[in-house]
Design a protein around this ligand. Structure first.
Ligand SMILES: C[S@@+](CC[C@H](N)C(=O)[O-])C[C@H]1O[C@@H](n2cnc3c(N)ncnc32)[C@H](O)[C@@H]1O
Length: 269
């Protein structure tokens, strides 16, 4: 059970108003990774449209709201998205305070643009409350900073998955950034390994796979571009991000111990 958020000045002054939609990033894992602003907006909602990744414990924040599962698993993608758009519009036009709860951050691989366009078509106002995206949760979980002073100056959030579920990293010949974090490739790690090489990553470049970052049963494993395929069994059936480049390397031995970091699972190589 999560304690109700306090009506505190630190929290957002914005309450969801009737006929308005608030997009809320739920964060990647357990319910307490939602922001205070997101928790408050959720607590004020009449209707919550949520995806499959959301922690069921978040329901405790809005026990009186109508919760509607719009997770896309098992649906044809286009149809599911149109249904979600229609539900958002329908409930907002009926005067409800609508919360659209999305895993991680709504702006990262969340199809937020399509839902915003649907609202704009009908003149419905909205707010977007950010959340902790999976790439950041994975970095925190494994104490591997995504940027490194003097070594890692750029980070790219990428997906290798095309809209028709094919894997395509592209044959660029050089990496996009010092660190690239790939979403939605967990089921095709061997293929990702091959495509990373074609995209310009050296075979020995460090790679980190993290699944269910932010959850108590999070797992991570350490690889190179050449050996990434070995991670398939470890992370099968679990939401996984793959970090490639300098941000995938562990910090110098001893630093994590000084900071009191606890490794969630033994690191494999
Ligand atoms: C449709 S994308 C949504 C991303 C989400 N909006 C975010 O900001 O994290 C789903 C992908 O996010 C990644 N993901 C989501 N939650 C995760 C978690 N807890 N641990 C690792 N990867 C996660 C996986 O790559 C998964 O296939």
């Amino acid at each position: 059970m999560i304690a109700s958020p306090r009506p505190d000045a630190l929290l957002s002054p914005e309450l969801p108003t009737p006929g308005r939609v608030v997009f809320i990033g739920a964060g990647p894992g357990v319910a307490d990774l939602i922001t205070l602003r997101g928790a408050r907006a959720l607590a004020s909602a009449d209707v919550v449209l949520f995806d499959a990744l959301a922690d069921p414990a978040l329901r405790d924040l809005a026990p009186h709201a109508e919760w509607i599962d719009v997770g896309k698993r098992g649906f044809v993608h286009g149809t599911a998205q149109q249904r979600i758009n229609a539900l958002l519009v329908q409930h907002a036009q009926a005067g409800a305070r609508v919360a659209r709860l999305k895993g991680g951050d709504p702006s990262v691989f969340g199809r937020l643009e399509e839902e915003l366009e649907a609202l704009a078509e009908h003149g419905i106002s909205f707010e977007v409350v950010p959340g902790v995206t999976a790439a950041l949760a994975a970095a925190a979980q494994t104490a591997r900073p995504l940027t490194r002073r003097g070594l890692g100056r750029s980070v790219a959030l990428a997906t290798a998955m095309t809209h028709n579920q094919a894997l395509d990293v592209g044959r660029r010949g050089q990496p996009r950034a010092d660190t690239e974090v790939f979403y939605m490739a967990g089921q095709q790690l061997q293929a990702l390994s091959e495509q990373l090489r074609a995209a310009g990553w050296p075979e020995e470049a460090p790679v980190l796979a993290v699944s269910r970052a932010g959850w108590p049963d999070a797992r991570h494993s350490q690889h190179t571009v050449a050996t990434l395929g070995q991670a398939s069994t470890e992370h099968a059936g679990r939401p996984t991000v793959v970090t490639v480049g300098i941000g995938a390397t562990p910090v110098r031995q001893g630093t994590a111990a000084i900071a009191g970091h606890q490794s969630p699972t033994p690191v494999q190589s």
